[in-house]
Design a protein around this ligand. Structure first.
Ligand code: ACO
Length: 329
């Protein structure tokens, strides 16, 4: 018998410290009006010096396990989507597995930039669907503040830190993940990259001097790509689910830029009342942005059992990912 697979419970966490656009005006040549008009961002949360990505992930995961009523020892696999792992290796997922006490779980990180959480959900749902596993903990967690060049106004205003987690398992028949579309175009890797610190450009005094360990981004190229791909991947996932755009109750997009979100909604002919937006409060938290938005929507009581939801992301790689879920809880 085919298993229906979906989200059993979610949790999210953002660090306490809030940095507003006005705070950024004091460190780079920018202003609140420019940032709000071009991106929709007002403020972002930034991790404390002692907080690493696994700490944010842990706080989100504890809440997700409680919401799902699943014990750590019943988790079969932990997948962390992140571009800012605690260390290059071992994986942040292993650190999380140990700290949570997921004693029987396998663990790995998945790198798909801001599409990370949706990629995670695709992988986890298929592993549960086949019967290989019963419970998978997926996390999107980032401390992008650690790789921001705080002298580059083109990028430092765009990002924030945070984490979101979900427990994936078997749900009522006909609910859960109904359609998936994933994709990549590595020819665009140069548009969004942390150039140094890997095998191509190992860390050296020179790489530090040229800020090679920070985010390098061609904003306009990423913007054009995002506007093109967000609508397209969402429409494909909707078609794969055997649905029409008018069947969708909520669009939960990656929160990078208000103009990109509006363009995606327009392509899907979704009124903005059906689009969950929180980019103003958290900025772009990469792999954490979609699960944080989902947690907010759950807390607000916006997601009702049976609602059809599209998760819609794009990110470094370049990658894109959309999933249609029939909300099961
Ligand atoms: N404050 C003030 N002025 C600024 C700032 C700033 N923070 N940043 C750039 N400017 C200036 C530029 O220098 C430029 O000035 P000039 O005309 O004198 O040269 C002017 O503003 C316009 O710059 P553009 O880059 O053309 O501005 P644009 O409208 O494209 O907006 C932005 C830039 C917001 C970065 C946009 O391109 C964007 O959102 N791109 C997508 C980025 C994104 O989503 N990245 C995340 C990807 S997901 C992941 O995996 C992490």
């Amino acid at each position: 018998m085919t298993r229906s697979v979906g989200i059993l419970g979610m949790g999210c966490y953002v660090p306490e410290k809030v940095v507003t656009n006005f705070d950024l005006e004091k460190i780079v040549d920018t202003n609140d009006q420019w940032i709000q008009e071009r991106t929709g961002i007002k403020e972002r949360h930034i991790a404390a010096p002692e907080e690493a990505t696994s700490d944010l992930a842990y706080n989100a995961a504890v809440k997700a396990l409680a919401a799902a009523n699943v014990k750590p020892e019943d988790i079969d696999l932990v997948i962390v989507g992140t571009a800012t792992s605690d260390h290059n290796w071992p994986s942040t997922a292993c650190i999380l597995q140990d700290r949570l006490g997921c004693t029987k779980a396998a663990a790995f990180d998945l790198t798909a930039g801001c599409s990370g959480f949706v990629y995670n959900l695709a992988v986890a749902s298929q592993m549960v669907k086949t019967g290989l596993y019963n419970h998978v903990l997926i996390v999107g967690a980032e401390t992008l503040s650690r790789i921001i060049n705080w002298k580059d106004r083109n990028t430092c205003v765009l990002f924030g830190d945070g984490a979101g987690a979900a427990v994936i398992g078997v749900v009522e028949d006909g609910y859960g993940v109904l359609g998936i579309d994933l994709g990549s175009d590595g020819s665009g890797m140069k548009f969004l990259v942390q150039p140094s610190g890997g095998s191509r450009e190992p860390a050296s005094h020179e790489t530090v001097d040229k800020a090679g360990h920070t985010i390098h981004m061609s904003g306009q190229d990423v913007f054009k790509f995002a506007v093109k791909v967000m609508g397209k991947t969402a429409l494909q996932a909707i078609e794969n689910a055997g649905m029409q755009p008018e069947d969708i109750d909520w669009l939960i997009p990656h929160q990078a830029n208000m103009r990109i979100i509006t363009a995606a909604a327009k392509r899907l002919k979704m009124p903005m009342e059906k689009v969950w937006v929180n980019v103003d409060k958290y900025a772009n938290t990469s792999a954490a942005s979609i699960p944080i938005a989902m947690c907010e929507a759950i807390e607000a009581g916006a997601l009702k059992k049976g609602d059809n939801i599209v998760l819609d992301g794009f990110g470094a790689g370049l990658t894109w990912a959309a999933i249609v879920l029939k909300w099961a809880i």
